[in-house]
Design a protein around this ligand. Structure first.
Ligand SMILES: [Zn+2]
Length: 494
């Protein structure tokens, strides 16, 4: 049967335009080589099947015939190797991308996004397994996802990671050296990965999609060099340069300090894409004016976190004002509002900036962040507090700031199990895994009477409400009269 699977894979690559008719014999031979075969019969493939099924059959064959050990890490290494052998070279991909860009930026990104899925760099069939729902709140419709598409690491992969050398190659998962890399048990294979070079603010950067797709056309824009995250004037200039080239995408950056930053602080990068988050839909509720910048519209956004929105036709003016706001915030303290720019020489203030075009104007949302901790809040004062950790205790990064919760995979099983206990009237705290949801479950029992039909929708809705609270905790200015006054004191200081 392996002969048939190879024929099916070659036909798939031909159908998707990864190879041309002239490449068929060559491509089949490249696959034979990767599978340790020296001959085949070249049968006619039957009715087309999904890529996932073809690859699964090949991987099962490889396990049964001793080519690889069974396990998700080994399987991912082999099927990426196979797809890499069917993926055009970087120079060809880049030429195709810019050829389409000459028609329109959308034509280029539409093609590249489809290409990134067809090569299986984005594993479509894993993404569709993610749980997703929308919860209406006073801040608009928040998106909630339970991310199941990042594969669970198998124990051998974790052991290999433990023994990895400090001077790793590639230095991290964002480095350009990943393009074409064969991977290891502790580092994903990327033979089918292709990058598009860009010049941003006069420097070499690269454009790619995220293999995990948290939202539509989720892209990553990364520095050519493995240098740490740093928010400064150049960050805003790069965002404006990107919007000029891709006006249909937004581009945001994580903050550059731990706790309030993303999961990768060691490699400067942005995340963007073609998706409208609740934050973008949220209106300005308090217009403000910065003297000397009367041409820039500005205001505080109706959002649980503390957001200044500025908008202008002229991107240079926007960069100028953003830089002033950043400089002012970096050194701003307001003890009455618990905000200290530094303690013991360690800086705490930074910004999560998000850029987009709106009605032909450049727009920047500047989210004020502070990463100070205290004895009472050892994980962060402006971070989800302990009582919410049963749902979310990880960093509140760029994507969540904008209103999309990326919740840990454990919640899928936990919500189902908790639902069963709530319906049966059992003791939540008697279960070792569910005990952490005990206080939450008590509150829910007072509010609802649960049935097998309503329990999961109610739990999902309540998770969405917890996420709104998570964002409120992460806001440096609370949505009270006092909080609003304190926010305006900062605006005044700019
Ligand atoms: Zn890197």
């Amino acid at each position: 049967m392996i002969d048939t699977y190879i024929a099916e894979l070659v036909r798939y690559a031909l159908d998707k335009g990864l190879i041309a008719a002239d490449d068929k014999v060559w491509a089949a031979n490249r696959l034979l080589d990767a599978l340790g075969l020296d001959r085949w019969e070249a049968p006619e493939p039957g009715a087309p099947r999904p890529l996932e099924d073809i690859l699964k059959d090949i991987l099962d064959w490889a396990v049964a015939n001793g080519r690889i050990e069974d396990g998700v890490a080994s399987r991912d290494l082999l099927d990426t190797e196979l797809m890499g052998r069917l993926t055009p070279r970087p120079s060809e991909v880049r030429r195709d991308f810019w050829k389409r860009y000459a028609q329109s930026p959308e034509a280029a990104t539409d093609w590249y996004y489809t290409f990134s899925q067809d090569t299986d760099y984005i594993r479509r069939y894993r993404i569709v397994k993610d749980m997703k729902w929308v919860t209406p709140t006073e801040y608009g419709d928040l998106d909630i996802t339970v991310n199941l598409s990042k594969p669970e690491k198998d124990p051998r992969a974790i052991a290999a990671a433990k023994n990895a050398p400090q001077n790793a190659y590639p230095a991290c998962q964002l480095c350009v050296e990943n393009e074409g890399y064969a991977g290891r048990l502790d580092h994903p294979a990327r033979q089918n990965h292709r990058l598009i070079p860009l010049t941003l603010d006069g420097q070499d950067w690269f454009f790619q999609y995220s293999p995990y797709v948290y939202y539509n056309e989720h892209c990553i824009v990364l520095n050519r060099r493995h240098v740490p995250m740093k928010i400064d004037r150049s960050t805003f200039r790069r965002q404006m340069d990107f919007l000029r080239r891709f006006p249909h995408y937004f581009l945001g950056s994580n903050a550059d300090l731990p706790i309030v930053g993303g999961s990768i602080l060691s490699h400067d990068h942005f995340q963007g894409g073609r998706y409208t988050f609740a934050m973008e839909r949220a209106p300005v509720e308090t217009p403000v004016c910065f003297p000397g910048y009367e041409d820039v519209q500005a205001g505080i956004v109706k959002w649980p976190m503390s957001v200044l929105r500025i908008r202008c036709e002229d991107p240079h003016r926007l960069v100028d004002l953003a830089d002033r706001i950043l400089a002012a915030w970096r050194s701003y303290s307001d003890p009455a509002a618990e905000i200290y720019a530094e303690t013991k020489g360690e800086p705490h203030n930074t910004i999560t900036p998000i850029a987009r075009m709106r009605d032909g104007q450049f727009e920047l949302d500047l989210v004020l962040r502070n990463n100070r901790t205290s004895e009472r809040y050892p994980l962060g004062i402006f971070h989800p507090h302990q009582e919410l950790h049963h749902i979310k205790k990880e960093n509140i990064g760029l994507i969540e700031v904008m209103g999309l919760a990326v919740l840990p995979a454990r919640l899928k099983g936990e919500l189902a199990a908790l639902g069963d206990v709530l319906v049966s009237g059992g003791d939540v705290r008697a279960d070792e895994v569910l005990a952490k949801h005990g206080d939450w479950a008590d509150d829910l029992r007072e509010k609802y009477s649960f049935t097998a039909e309503n329990v999961l929708p109610i739990l999902q809705d309540e998770v969405g409400k917890v996420f709104a609270q998570v964002l409120e905790h992460a806001g440096v200015y609370k949505r009270t009269g006092e909080g609003r006054d304190a926010f305006l004191r900062f605006v005044e200081s700019v």
